[in-house]
Design a protein around this ligand. Structure first.
Ligand code: HEC
Length: 192
């Protein structure tokens, strides 16, 4: 008769733990969305300030210094790893890992299938040998402001500056409305 309670506990605990896991993932998603929003607006403000002051040439030096600093500040503030990545990166430090690459490909397929670029987000609990992480990504659209440094017709002095800072740059040739990359957020799952 021991079997019955054990079975009952099992039957009950599986859906309960699934539910708890879903709730935790949802909570993470909400926090990650807030962090991404603040990260995005800080980056855009910094870029617009720099462009106003010195145009694209000066702004490259600013981006080089400021983008990683803002990412580090946001990571600390929200207690999550937060950054940017892309299938074609400018800074090799932003290169996508396997999970990020597959999500970026999924975003491209969803965009091709007619989904709005602003809707492209994805979140998942990811298990690896190193542990378990809650992760989320959100696509970054290419808008007009981006084209002077990521578009197809880059002014020569701007290109020279890009080459100087980023000899392995792959982040040009983007068109208006393309997925430029994505915000990427990750938090370790500790309660296991
Ligand atoms: C003044 C030139 C300039 C403009 C304009 C610009 N970027 Fe960038 N972008 C850079 C530089 C420089 C980096 C590398 C930053 C670093 O070292 O982390 C970069 C990196 C990125 C990355 C991180 C992935 C990677 O390639 O390393 C994304 C995503 C990105 N930019 C998106 C955008 C978007 C979206 C816009 C328009 C809203 C934009 N950028 C406008 C210069 C620019």
């Amino acid at each position: 008769m021991r079997v019955l309670p054990t079975l009952l506990t099992l039957l009950l605990s599986v859906p309960l733990s699934l539910q708890a896991n879903n709730d935790a993932q949802q909570e993470f998603e909400q926090q990650a969305a807030v962090a991404i929003k603040e990260f995005a607006s800080s980056l855009k403000n910094a870029l617009m300030e720099a462009m106003k002051d010195g145009g694209p040439i000066e702004s490259i030096a600013v981006c080089n210094l400021v983008a990683p600093t803002i990412a580090a500040e946001m990571s600390k503030k929200y207690g999550m790893e937060i950054g940017r990545t892309s299938l074609r990166v400018r800074n090799p430090a932003n290169e996508a890992d396997v999970w990020e690459t597959s999500v970026l490909q999924q975003f491209q397929n969803r965009l091709n299938g007619g989904e709005a670029i602003q809707k492209l987000t994805f979140s998942e609990k990811v298990e690896t040998e190193l542990g378990s992480n809650r992760r989320m990504m959100k696509a970054i659209p290419t808008d007009k402001l981006c084209l002077s440094c990521h578009g197809s017709k880059i002014a020569e002095p701007v290109q020279a500056m890009i080459d100087q800072y980023y000899p392995e740059d792959m982040a040009t040739g983007f068109k208006l409305g393309d997925i430029r990359g994505a915000f990427t957020v990750s938090r370790e799952v500790e309660d296991q």
